[in-house]
Design a protein around this ligand. Structure first.
Ligand code: ADP
Ligand code: MG
Length: 265
C-alpha cells in the first residue's frame, strides 16, 4: 500500500461511496450544497430529481471529472482526487487520479461510442490501451461481455448499424471491460425510444443482481422501485429525502418530493 493511502484517514470499511458535505460550484453558481450520503458495497442507489438539481455534477465528482470545492468524497475508502496529510489536502498526481478513475465505469445518456470502431473494437479499446492487456485476451473477454449484454452476434457491427438500445448495451459492456468496482449511470435510457428502454434496464438489472455497486440517475421509477436499495431525491443541490424506494415513492415526506413525483409518475 502506498504511503498516500496510509496517510488518508480511514473510513467505514463497508462504504463504496461516502460523501460528507460535498460542495461544488462553478464560479458563483453553487451546484452542490453539502451532499452527504453513503453507498455500501453491492448496493444500488438510484438518484432522482428535477433537471438542474446537480445529479450529473455529483456523478462527475465521484468519477473525478469534476473536483469538489468543499467536503469529503471517498470511493472505496480513498479520498477522490486528493490525499490528506496532517489535516491538509493535497491534489493527487494526475497519474494517481487516473488510477482512481479507471476503477469506475460510467455510462452516459448519449452512448459516446467510437463511431469508426466496431462494437468489439469499442469494448477492447480501454483494456488494451489503458490497462495494456494483450489483444487476444481482451478480445476473448469482450466477446464474453457482448454475450452477457445479449449482443454476441453484433461484435462486428459499427455503432451506426445498431439501435440505440444496442449501442447502450455496447457502452455498458465497454465500461465493464475495465473490471470496475463501481458503475455510474447518468440517465442511461433517456435518449432511447420507449420500446428500447426495457432491454437496457434488463442488462442493468442483471448487473445489479450480480452484486455490482451502482449509482443510477434515472427517471425510470419502476426500475428504481424494484432494483434500488436506496432512493435519493435531490433538488437544488441538496439531498431532500432518501430511503428505501417503495416507502419513499408511496409516502414521500417533503413537499418538494411530492411535487416532483406527481409530475413524473
Ligand atoms: P442535473 O444532472 O440534475 O440535471 P447538472 O448537474 O447537470 O444537473 O447541473 C446542475 C447545474 O450546474 C445546472 O445549473 C448546470 O447549468 C450547472 N452546470 C453543470 N455543469 C457546469 C459547468 N461545467 N459549468 C457551469 N455550470 C455547470
Ligand atoms: Mg444530468
Amino acid at each position: 500500500m502506498s504511503s498516500a493511502a496510509t496517510d488518508s484517514a480511514p473510513i467505514a470499511g463497508e462504504s463504496m461511496i461516502s460523501a460528507q458535505q460535498v460542495c461544488k460550484n462553478f464560479g458563483a453558481l453553487q451546484v452542490l450544497k453539502g451532499i452527504s450520503l453513503e453507498v455500501s458495497r453491492g448496493e444500488v442507489m438510484c438518484l432522482i430529481g428535477p433537471s438542474g438539481s446537480g445529479k450529473s455534477t455529483f456523478l462527475r465528482c465521484i468519477n473525478h471529472l469534476e473536483q469538489v470545492n468543499a467536503g469529503r468524497l471517498y470511493v472505496d475508502g480513498e479520498l477522490v482526487g486528493y490525499r490528506e496529510k496532517g489535516g491538509r489536502l493535497y491534489e493527487l498526481h494526475p497519474r494517481e487520479a487516473a488510477r482512481q478513475r479507471r476503477d469506475i465505469g460510467m455510462v452516459f445518456q448519449h452512448f459516446n461510442l467510437f463511431p469508426h470502431r466496431t462494437a468489439l473494437e469499442n469494448v477492447i479499446e480501454a483494456p488494451t490501451q489503458v490497462k495494456k492487456i494483450r489483444k487476444a485476451e481482451a478480445v476473448t473477454r469482450a466477446e464474453e461481455l457482448l454475450d452477457r449484454v445479449g449482443l454476441a452476434d453484433k461484435a462486428g457491427s459499427y455503432p451506426a448499424q445498431l439501435s440505440g438500445g444496442q449501442q447502450q448495451r455496447v457502452a455498458i459492456a465497454r465500461a465493464l471491460a475495465m473490471d470496475p468496482k463501481l458503475m455510474l449511470f447518468d440517465e442511461p435510457t433517456s435518449a432511447l425510444d420507449p420500446e428500447l428502454v426495457g432491454e437496457v434496464l434488463g442488462v442493468m438489472r442483471e448487473l445489479a443482481a450480480s452484486g455490482m455497486t451502482m449509482v443510477v440517475v434515472t427517471h425510470e421509477m419502476g426500475f428504481a422501485r424494484e432494483v434500488a436499495d436506496q432512493l435519493v431525491f435531490m433538488d437544488g443541490g441538496v439531498v431532500v429525502e432518501s430511503g428505501e424506494p417503495r416507502g419513499l415513492l408511496s409516502d414521500p415526506q417533503h413537499e418538494r418530493t411530492k411535487a416532483f413525483l406527481s409530475r413524473i409518475l
